[in-house]
Design a protein around this ligand. Structure first.
Ligand code: TYD
Ligand code: MG
Length: 465
């Protein structure tokens, strides 16, 4: 049960833009999250006459009851006719759920949320747009293609009107683009303010739980990468999905940050095409080499993002520093970690890289944080340094420690299986890795080479050179 306050009088308060903390006066630093200069003044409704309204979750009882007696079989999931979306939601959209999709401008939030109803003509959808005119939505729909018979477009920003229409229409799915453009008469501040965002989300939550209609809510992201508006928005909704990727590149990653009905380690991959977003069911395809054999400075890493194993190409270029201070630059990889790996190569294996420029790039515009990429990074660096190409059927999965040891990484067996499935013939892993989950059949197609430290890796990789 949810309680929502409907209030009468108003007063001025200060809110923190970062965490939603409320304060009766301005402060330079938010006492809750410690951020500087984030307090904004807003007018909020208050007063003694405030009335609490109950919101019933469908199927929920108002009395305490034993867990065993609660019937969960009524949880209906709606398939969105899009395998990547269904998977990231944990098997489809749950009735009455409120899903927040966040991302930077131009990344494809509106495209994805319009594509869903166009590819599911059997779903009656109410698409509320506060950012674009109905005509603009029509033009986008023409680009995407599909069947628009079941899709109603409503260009409105006043929440009371939207909820009223939605209650009459009773759609199977509702999309609201975006939370920052909507406003409610209950609150006096302007659209996009902390209180309006909270109120909009609360009204939509009440509507979703009352009627069982799933709602997809779109939210913008601040330049720090969090969903604009307070963290409280993330607490209110059931599912938070976040778009990542480079706007200029064609690949987009949709990551599940919170999911009350499934796992949060899911990742969906899409490709932006001229006709909307295409599902990429095998992401390794796009991330592994598409060049001829014999190029130095390239190594493939068997990485894991969430629970999903995929292979990614790591590219490196090592050249003599033209100017005094050598440059170190990394795209998609932490440059401090690159510096650490270079120091390990210098100190523990005797490679003189201190006078070299080192550039590193992860394929596909992906940001990688999996430590298992270390082994591929040092292999790519050494390959470029000696101008010795690594065969294209070799891949790597291991973490490099400060003393030059190769440490095992989580779920090595799944990485080996994925590498074998994609036709790799050799994989370098730590000597301490467990390969329990790898079947004999897989081991027949891929050779697992165990290495204990960086010198052992070099001996094994550059044997005969
Ligand atoms: P959009 O979905 O409007 O992004 P957001 O709502 O997150 O701000 O726009 C996505 C970008 O993708 C936009 O720059 C145009 C481009 N695009 C395509 O390349 N192909 C398409 O079929 C569509 C509809 C958009
Ligand atoms: Mg948009």
């Amino acid at each position: 049960m949810f309680w929502i306050m409907v209030a009468v009088k108003t007063k001025s308060v200060w809110f923190c833009k970062e965490c939603g903390n409320e304060s009766p006066k301005w402060m330079g630093r938010c006492p809750a999250c410690g951020e500087w200069n984030t307090m904004v003044e807003e007018t909020v409704a208050t007063g003694r006459k405030a009335v609490a309204q109950a919101v019933n979750v469908p199927g929920a009882s108002c009395r305490p009851m034993p867990l065993a007696d609660i019937d969960s079989s009524h949880e209906q999931r709606i398939s969105l006719n899009n395998s990547e979306m269904d998977r990231i939601l944990g098997g489809g959209l749950v009735e009455g759920s409120l899903v927040l999709i966040g991302g930077e401008p131009g990344i494809g939030k509106s495209t994805l949320s319009l594509q869903i109803p166009l590819h599911c003509p059997s779903l009656k959808t109410l698409y509320v747009t506060g950012e674009e005119s109905a005509k603009q939505v029509k033009l986008r729909a023409a680009r995407i293609g599909g069947d628009d018979a079941g899709c109603l477009i409503y260009s409105e920003t006043l929440m009371e009107n939207i909820i009223k229409e939605a209650r009459e229409i009773r759609p199977d799915l509702m999309v609201v683009d975006s939370v920052q453009t909507m406003y409610s008469q209950n609150v006096e501040s302007s659209p996009g303010s902390v209180t309006q965002i909270k109120e909009t989300a609360a009204l939509l939550l009440r509507f979703a739980k009352d009627t069982g209609v799933p709602v997809i809510l779109i939210g913008h992201i601040t330049k720090e990468g969090s969903i604009a508006g307070p963290k409280i928005l993330e607490h209110i909704v059931d599912v938070v999905l976040q778009f990542e990727g480079d706007n200029r590149g064609t690949y987009r990653l949709l990551r599940s940050i919170k999911n009350r009905f499934g796992s949060t380690s899911e990742l969906a991959v899409f490709e932006m095409t001229g006709k909307g977003l295409r599902e990429v069911s095998n992401p390794s395809e796009m991330l592994i080499p598409m060049h001829e054999e014999g190029l130095s400075g390239v190594a493939v890493s068997a990485m894991l993002d969430g629970t999903r194993p995929f292979l990614i190409e790591v590219q490196s270029l090592v050249s003599s520093a033209a100017y005094g201070t050598p440059q170190r630059s990394a795209t998609g990889f932490d440059v401090r970690r690159l510096n650490m790996l270079l120091a390990v190569l210098e100190k523990r294996a005797g490679f003189k890289l201190g006078v070299k420029d080192v550039f590193l790039n992860m394929a596909g515009g992906l940001k990688v944080s999996d430590p298992a990429c270390d082994l591929a990074v040092i292999s790519a660096v050494l390959s470029s340094n000696f101008d010795f190409p690594i065969p294209s059927d070799v891949c790597f999965a291991g973490e490099v420690g400060l003393s030059g040891e190769i440490r095992p990484v989580a779920q090595t067996d799944r990485r080996v299986i994925e590498a074998a499935r994609l036709g790799f013939r050799k994989i370098f892993v730590s000597s301490y890795s467990s390969l329990e989950g790898v079947g004999q059949q897989t081991l027949g197609t891929i050779e697992v080479i165990k290495v204990s430290d960086v010198p052992a890796l070099c001996r094994s990789l550059f044997r005969g050179q």
